[in-house]
Write a protein that binds this ligand. Structure first.
Ligand SMILES: Nc1ncnc2c1ncn2[C@@H]1O[C@H](COP(=O)(O)OP(=O)(O)O)[C@@H](O)[C@H]1O
Ligand SMILES: [Mg+2]
Length: 306
């Protein structure tokens, strides 16, 4: 029987769904914390130690969470993901995809580089330049969003609406990430989450926030929407630009009716989305991981550990 490591410190609903989906396909799974993995180069065993996999390496690893920590700790967790991939073990999503998407500055750069529509964005260290940018945006009639470079679930995202708000403009660990606020179409505030798996947009929902912050973790309501081809194509291209196996893509349709990609998540939640669509998303992910990645990775894995 095959076995998959699910990297997570908090399996919760998603971990359980994945475990069930993998079991339905004949795979055992183990929850593993990246904090307990080791790089062990004394020649006594596998170069990467994963608790629970002392006798045989997993057939694949599913990355459901990468813990925060010091720069060294996070680099170490990414080293584990990179090393496993080099050994020929499928890593879903891989370390490079996680690295690029966790960093909002690089995400924005890659989206723009791929010529995808994404809001005007500035990433910089100098406070007076950051203030000048925000001031100019306000003068031109735009609100400005300030985000932590490594944030998620709406944490630390602020909106600068007037000159007096500039007083509160703070960097996140020394770096300013500023973005032009996109006024969304329609009544109130909402954005769209599109779920893409292996180059296919499989589901989408509207997230309607209590205010302009539309994260489900911040209380946004999920509504069913029909995926149109323009939205699907944009989300697929955004996922491709960040080279991900699967992604949760955040999109805002602006007042002129144009879609803007806000961010691309490499470890997206799907509980809210599943509540408004008819899919079992863990089944789709397990099919993609096993069918496309695991079954094609056998030869390199043998070579890497022999
Ligand atoms: N440029 C923007 N214009 C309008 N709303 C935004 C913008 N950037 C972010 N938001 C709102 O804030 C939410 C969180 O921002 P996001 O970049 O997705 O960070 P997080 O990783 O915290 O989810 C988005 O879902 C959206 O509702
Ligand atoms: Mg988001």
């Amino acid at each position: 029987m095959g076995c998959i490591a699910i990297f997570t410190d908090d399996p919760g609903w998603h971990g359980k769904q994945l475990r069930l989906a993998l079991a339905r396909r004949g795979y055992r799974s183990e929850y593993v914390s990246l904090t307990e993995c080791k790089i062990n180069l004394d020649g006594s065993g596998m170069p990467v130690y994963i608790p629970g996999f002392e006798l045989a390496m997993p057939d694949a690893v599913f990355v459901r969470g990468v813990p925060g920590g010091s720069l060294q700790e996070v680099v170490f967790y990414l080293d584990i993901l990179h090393a496993l991939k080099i050994m020929g073990i499928p890593v879903y999503n891989d370390g490079h995809a996680v690295e690029r998407s966790v960093d909002k500055g690089m995400t924005s750069f890659l989206l723009k580089h791929a010529r995808l529509k994404t809001p005007l964005t500035w990433v910089l260290k100098d406070r007076s330049s950051a203030l000048a940018i925000a001031e100019q945006e306000l003068k031109n009639g735009h609100c400005v969003i300030s985000k932590p470079l490594f944030g998620s679930q709406g944490e630390g995202v602020r909106r600068i609406e007037k000159t007096t708000d500039l007083f509160w403009l703070t960097s996140s660990n020394g770096v300013y990430y500023l973005q032009r606020f996109v006024d969304c179409e329609g009544q109130g505030y909402s954005d769209i989450r599109v779920f893409v798996v292996h180059g296919k947009a499989i589901a989408a929902m509207r997230r309607r926030g209590k205010s302009w912050l539309n994260n489900v973790a911040r209380g946004a309501k999920c509504e069913q929407i029909i995926l149109d081809s323009e939205l699907s194509e944009l989300a697929i291209q955004a996922t491709h630009a960040l080279a991900m196996d699967y992604a949760g893509v955040d999109v805002i349709k602006d007042a002129e009716g144009h879609y803007n990609v806000i961010e691309v998540n490499s470890i997206p939640a799907w509980k809210g989305l599943e509540s408004v669509c008819d899919l079992n998303i863990a089944d789709v992910l397990a099919d993609d991981l096993i069918g496309r990645c695991v079954n094609q990775s056998k030869p390199p894995l043998q070579m890497a550990v022999s």
